[in-house]
Design a protein around this ligand. Structure first.
Ligand SMILES: [Zn+2]
Length: 299
C-alpha cells in the first residue's frame, strides 16, 4: 500500500498567533502562549520545533512515501523553510504556500510570486488563525476576493480548516463560485463539524455540499482529537466511514496532522485508523484513500 500523508507540519520555530496572543516555542515540546506555557508536542521534540529531517525520519520509520507540508498562521509563516525542505526532498515533499488572506491585492500578488518563484503550491486557510488579525471577517468578504481570483486563475488547491457554521456556508458559496479551485476540507470538517459549538447537522451539511460540488475533497486527519477516545477511536472511524458512504473513496485523502496529533496517538496508530480499522471500507478503496488519490491529484 502506497501511503501519502497530505497534512503535515514543519517549522524551524513556533512563531504563530492564537487567541490574540503570540506563540513561541521553548523546549521539550512546550510553547509559550502569552504568559502561559502549554505542552504543545510530545517532550521528545526537544527544541519544540518540527524539522523536515524529523518528518522524513518518521515517514521512513512508518512506511510513508510522500507528504504535503501544510502551512498555517497558527505555527507562523514559514514559506522559506518549506522551500528548503522541498528542494532537499523534491521526490517526497510538496509544500503549501501561505500569505495573509486579509492582505487583498497585495496578498494575491505575493501568492502569485510564490507560485512563479518557488515550488510551493496552493494555500492554507485556518479560519480561526487566519482571521486573528481581522476578527469577524469571513472567507467570502470582498477583501479576500483577489486571493480567491488568484487561486482560481492558476487552478490551485485551497486547504481549509473551518471553525464555524458560517465557514461551512462560505465553503458552499466559494466552491460553487470557483469551480477551478480544488477545495480540501481539513479534518473531515474539523471544529465546524465536531467542535463543542458545532450543530448536529453540520457534518451532513458539509457532506451535502461536497456531494453537489465535485471540487471538494476531505482530509481524514485529526478526527480522534474531537472525541477524546483511546485507540482505535470508534467515533473517528464512524466519521470517516460516513464520509466514505456519502462521497465514495475518490474524495477522501488520508493524513496525520503530524506532529501535533502525536499528542494523541502514535504515527503508526494514525495510519492504522484508516489502513487497518474502518471495516466498512474495502481494502482496494483504502488504497485510494491512503495514497492513490493524493498521488493522482498532487504528483
Ligand atoms: Zn494541521
Amino acid at each position: 500500500m502506497t501511503i501519502i500523508d497530505i497534512h503535515t507540519h514543519i517549522y524551524p520555530k513556533v512563531s504563530g498567533i492564537t487567541q490574540g496572543l503570540p506563540m513561541t516555542g521553548t523546549n521539550l515540546g512546550r510553547v509559550r502562549i502569552g504568559n502561559r506555557t502549554v505542552q504543545f508536542l510530545p517532550p521528545s521534540f526537544e527544541h519544540s520545533n518540527s524539522t523536515y529531517e524529523m518528518l522524513i525520519s518518521h515517514m521512513d520509520w512508518c512506511g510513508v512515501e510522500k507528504a504535503i507540508l501544510m502551512a498555517n498562521p497558527y505555527y507562523g509563516y514559514h514559506n522559506e523553510y518549506f522551500v528548503e525542505a522541498v528542494q532537499r526532498y523534491p521526490d517526497r515533499l510538496k509544500g503549501v504556500a501561505l500569505v495573509d488572506i486579509n492582505g487583498g491585492k497585495e496578498a494575491a500578488s505575493e501568492l502569485m510570486d510564490l507560485y512563479e518563484r518557488t515550488p510551493l503550491f496552493g494555500m492554507k486557510i485556518e479560519t480561526n488563525s487566519s482571521y486573528q488579525t481581522a476578527p469577524g471577517r469571513r472567507m467570502t468578504d470582498p477583501n479576500c476576493t483577489p486571493v480567491w481570483a488568484c487561486l482560481h486563475d492558476s487552478r490551485q488547491t485551497v486547504f481549509i480548516h473551518p471553525f464555524t457554521s458560517d465557514d461551512l456556508e462560505d465553503i458552499r458559496t466559494l466552491s460553487e463560485r470557483y469551480p477551478d479551485i480544488l477545495f480540501v476540507i481539513c479534518h473531515m470538517g474539523a471544529n465546524a463539524c465536531f467542535g463543542y459549538q458545532a450543530t448536529p447537522q453540520a457534518f451532513s451539511y458539509l457532506l451535502d455540499t461536497a456531494k453537489a460540488n465535485k471540487n471538494i475533497y476531505l482530509d481524514t486527519s485529526t478526527v480522534p482529537e474531537y472525541f477524546q477516545q483511546p485507540y482505535p477511536y470508534p467515533a473517528a472511524q464512524e466519521v470517516i466511514q460516513r464520509g466514505y458512504r456519502a462521497l465514495g473513496p475518490e474524495r477522501l485523502m488520508w493524513s496525520s496532522d503530524y506532529p501535533g496529533m502525536l499528542n494523541h496517538a502514535t504515527y503508526r496508530q494514525l495510519i492504522s485508523l484508516v489502513a487497518d480499522e474502518c471495516p466498512d471500507i474495502p481494502s482496494h478503496h483504502k488504497d485510494m484513500i491512503m495514497g492513490q488519490n493524493a498521488q493522482r491529484i498532487f504528483w
